[in-house]
Ligand binder design. Structure first.
Ligand code: C2E
Ligand code: CA
Ligand code: CA
Length: 416
């Protein structure tokens, strides 16, 4: 018999349970306390649990999360945990079966979270004990280079000092390797902490109401760059991320049009990427703003598809030009039936609504081949290029053309 079943682990001290079912909370709490967990906190309200972690009132070693909850479901919960750099362990539970749990677990891992296991309901004591054992080490500082979240005031100063800049990640055609455009991704060049990734400041900017200023700066930078490339003969379309908040601001389309004119950028070169979960905002306002953007000839893309709230009904109302399949369903899809099924379903939805399909997170040759043969038209990911500094885009283009010709296209078409 494994040791862990006989000796309760002693290192997992603090466990936070999140489940909308009070009975389940009680049962698990009793089991966990019997296994030597010193502090067990139960929350039936997911937003309250999240706030407790975010504000560091609770620093759990392990969060056991029901994935099926009203208000904020498990996926929304752990996505936000990853945004704040939560470094403890995570276990997922549900009564929907192991398959769903495993897929959700992989998704959580793809966000850089330490998933110590999944738990079918009703929970069996030996599984719970194994989870505690798997999460033996106390919470360490965030394993990835996630810097602490910044304050709104720091961001305001960073904008003022010009510390916010863009890197650009290419989007290429899966059928002929041509480069269709680049996505602008925000970065912060911090005086003492180096380059800070967007996960460390975008969620804060959204919560503190500062995202509007940041978005406008990013569009301004990206348009200036797009115009500079055109002057050098590079016809790159530029994709820029907008947050849900931006699409609820009535004068946003006017700002964008002004900004485009100022830089001599044609709106039809511009793709605005919006995440699916963003579309649960005030629907009428959203439709009004998006329609206005379309009327001004900007293109719209639905980002992270498959990973937010299924906003299918809204998809039909709002006309998108592009659908980006979340990297959680692209990378490794060739060897994972569940990812492949979601990938294929997303392709179906996109095709039936006349959208261009972009596979995000194409990390290797197998992802490329899978995406190409499963109906995606455009690829973006580390296999093609990491996000690049503006000055590195042109040299990359040269290198890519050669690499595509010699290494990617050639094996697929030996006689051509
Ligand atoms: P996103 O819009 O989905 O952008 C793609 C993210 O995936 C980027 O992370 C990119 O570096 C990363 N990525 C690219 N290729 C691969 C790959 O092959 N595998 C994997 N695992 N990841 C890949 P980044 O730059 O850290 O941005 C993270 C998120 O922050 C973005 O996700 C976007 O939601 C948000 N963001 C970035 N810039 C802005 C911005 O200007 N405004 C707003 N509102 N959000 C932004
Ligand atoms: Ca994006
Ligand atoms: Ca995305």
């Amino acid at each position: 018999m494994p040791d862990s079943l006989l000796n309760p682990p002693t290192t997992t001290r603090k466990v936070l349970l999140v489940d909308d079912d009070p009975f389940m909370l009680k049962v698990m709490r009793l089991m966990l306390e019997g296994m030597g967990a010193l502090e067990v906190h139960g929350f039936s309200n997911a937003p309250a649990a999240f706030e407790a972690i975010r504000e560091a009132r609770l620093r759990p070693d392990l969060v056991i999360l029901d994935i099926n909850m009203p208000e904020m479901d498990g996926m929304a919960f752990f996505r936000r945990l990853s945004e704040i750099g939560y470094a403890g362990c995570l276990a997922l539970c549900s009564g929907e079966g192991e398959a769903l749990l495993r897929t959700t677990g992989q998704l959580a891992q793809s966000y850089g979270l330490r998933v110590s296991g999944v738990l079918d309901k009703p929970p069996r004591p030996e599984r719970l004990r194994a989870l505690l054992g798997a999460c033996g080490a106390p919470a360490a500082p965030a394993p990835r280079a996630s810097s602490p979240e910044r304050t709104a005031e720091e961001l305001r100063q960073a904008l003022e000092r010009g510390e916010i800049f863009c890197v650009y990640q290419p989007k290429v055609s899966l059928s002929d390797g041509s480069v269709l455009g680049v996505e602008a991704l925000a970065r912060w060049r911090h005086a003492s902490d180096g380059v800070i990734p967007p996960a460390a400041f975008i969620p804060m900017a959204e919560r503190s109401g500062n995202i509007g200023a940041l978005t406008r700066r990013i569009f301004d930078l990206a348009f200036a760059q797009a115009a500079a490339w055109r002057r050098r003969g590079l016809e790159l379309r530029v994709s820029v991320n907008a947050s849900a908040h931006d699409l609820g601001v009535l004068d946003f389309p006017d700002f964008l049009l002004d900004c485009a004119r100022r830089h001599g950028v044609d709106p039809s070169w511009v793709m605005i990427e919006v995440t699916e979960s963003g579309l649960i905002q005030d629907e009428r306002l959203l439709v009004e703003v998006m329609t206005r953007l379309r009327l001004r000839q900007f293109h719209m893309s639905i980002d992270d598809f498959g990973n937010g709230y299924a906003a299918l009904s809204k998809l039909r109302d709002l006309v998108f030009d592009e659908l980006k399949i979340d990297f959680g369903f692209t990378h490794g899809a060739a060897g994972d039936e569940r990812k492949a099924a979601i990938f294929d379903a997303s392709v179906q939805v996109g095709k039936s609504l006349g959208m261009k399909l972009v596979a995000e997170g194409v990390e290797d040759g197998s992802d490329w081949e899978f995406s190409r043969s499963h109906g995606a038209e455009v690829a973006q990911g580390y296999f093609i290029a990491r996000p690049l500094g503006a000055e590195d885009v042109e040299p990359w283009l040269q290198a890519w053309r050669q690499r595509y010709r010699e290494q990617i296209a050639a094996p697929a078409a030996p006689s051509a």
